[in-house]
Design a protein around this ligand. Sequence first.
Ligand code: ATP
Ligand code: MG
Length: 768
Amino acid sequence: RASVGPKYLSGLNPEQREAVETLDGPVLVLAGAGTGKTRVLTTRIAHILSQGRARPAEILSVTFTNKAAREMKHRLGQMLGHAVEGMPWLGTFHSIGGRILRAHAELAQLKSNFTVLDTDDQVRLLKQLLQADNIDDKRWPARMLAGLIDGWKNRGLTPSQVPSGEGAVFANGKGGKLYASYQERLKILNAADFGDLLLEDIRIFREHPDILRQYQQRFKFILVDEYQDTNVAQYLWLRLLSQAPSSPSFTSPRARGEVASQSDASEGESPRTELVESLPHLDSLPAGGAREQTPHVKNICCVGDDDQSIYGWRGAEVDNILRFEHDFPGAKVIRLERNYRSTGHILAAASHLIAHNEGRLGKTLRTEDHDGEKVTVTGSWDSEEEARGIGEEIEQIQRKGEKLNEVAILVRASYQMREFEDRFVTLGLPYRVIGGPRFYERAEIRDALAYLRVINSPADDLAFERIVNTPKRGLGDATVQMLHDHARKRRIPLFEAARAVIETDELKPKARGSLRDVVANFDRWRAQREVTAHTDLAQIVLDESGYTEMWQKDRSADAAGRLENLKELVRSMEEFENLQGFLEHISLVMDRDSGADEDAVSLMTLHSAKGLEFDNVFLPGWEEGLFPSQRTLDEQGRAGLEEERRLGHVGITRARRRAMIYFATNRRIHGTWSTTIPSRFLDELPAANVEITESKGGSAWGGTGGYGASRFDDMEAFGSTYSTPGWQRAQANRNRGGGGRTGGGGGGFEEQASSFSSSSSSGPDFGS
Ligand code: ATP
Ligand code: MG
């Protein structure tokens, strides 16, 4: 078939081309991983621009990360053969929502230079509110309230809309009221949190139809990637913007005047001109009131895959994609079936796995690529051997001359990263952590390290300042300032200044008592250092300082993940002879700068891997309790299991040429070794596409059978057609203990919390 038309269209298959060329009316591309959904969106923008259907500033396109937005812009330039000038509305929901809110800040009682609070600021503010209301922060932690408020905002609920039953779950019915006072406080501080960036837009759109109309007219085309993971607030926001603008005659002159002034201030162009300009482009103008009841939907194109919905725990509603045709009447639904990313074996393994889910639309995926290498499953004795094996495998890839940029390790829980990071530092392999701070850069790890640094070096002022009031012990800014004054005057470290100050009466008795405790604690820990193993000392310090307790009492979603990271920290110290050696290692790890263009291995959670692709993908930790995560199973039951399975599907489908799954038979959970059983997801892989391999980690793995009962024997991949390695035969001979888990009780250490904390503490992708 001769392909006519612009060059950028020529490589597309007929379905992709249809999705690109159907510019009018709603379009949904519902298709599996690697079928070119993102490519279709990019090409569609190129098409709109080159056909002159809209200017760059008239296209609203939503990506899942800022990185994806930059990537899209880059590709666009390549397709069109020239750089694209100004795509102000290409970005994440948050960045675009924030941009709109700034333009109309005064309608949300804000100034246009309002601050966007991150999670820590948010929690601090809530704590103040709880104090003011005499609510015990220990019983009702601010973080828990922050989680509730985020949840309500994700669902598009303003304080007055929160169902009373839900508000009641916090502080004996005060939840809803606290949400309201939190919103008031935000206004006074000229601040917004991430949820507000959309929620306030929605409120403004609803209360000021003239403003909504202005945007409806501006955005001639709307495009959304990863639609399966939109939450209710995002959906409402999109839905408002995607209606064809109603007739201008409905606008009162006063209201239109308002539009003029805001838009002049924000965009520097006259809305009146734009309003007139845009009229001929409108597909349909509602003729009158009756048509207003059923608003016309304009050119919106959403792409997504129900099998890749992995943010349900953060309020995403896969229903949004399933109901698209209903919500956008007349929608054209296009399915893409050819996968261009992965080889046959990889695609078959991923498809077979996801077929175990019940709640799905179901779809076929094919590749015209060759079968390639089978997906490998490798058992290791423990997580250390796993990291060693993967390290060696990566070095081999490097020796073959392949780029490290084409290697990714995708973990379920962020604490799994630590072992890999240490390994890479030892091997001198460059790596980058995507979508969150590196292990040793996490707030709780930095706090713990600060304690250890002060023990090691009393002159470490930065470390001392970091923890002197963490956990809170009544040593606020004023006290710290006084210590600084003392230290400067006498040229002594803060710690010694503290020792001196407690002998005076400069501090109020309570602060003085607290500071005295701090000094006494450190003196005691330093003495203990001589007689106690450094790992034990670390545990003692975390416990006696009240730091562990601070997180134990914290009922927020990410507290469990942080506690698990702390355990992992203590465990990582075992590999060093003493505290000094450990801290030196840390300074080396921290010192590595992660140059953006450096050729480096990517380390990230499965959640952050969405939309990405790599030649080589390592998938460690496929064990019951870790993956699927026990907490998800406990909290969400079957739905949780299906979401975990989708996560596995996302993981495997990131691979172009090689997908390598690992499980360890022993893993340290909550500081104690547990035998683990291989993930049930391994049972669900198709035998024909999977190969069992030996760990390269060299090892204690001897097939001694000293681990828990497993369904691994039943694994389809281990059909009789397979040559069975010795260790596996040994395992098959073990008595079967039924399907029960023998893992370490699992709960609390999974990624859900930590991935949330990492993405939200650095803030969702915002700005560019
Ligand atoms: P995911 O669901 O994982 O986000 P996707 O559906 O968005 O995947 P893309 O990332 O757009 O898929 O495409 C996957 C890979 O296939 C990319 O490398 C892309 O360039 C390539 N690709 C897509 N369509 C074609 C095509 N028609 N010809 C050649 N390569 C293609
Ligand atoms: Mg994509």
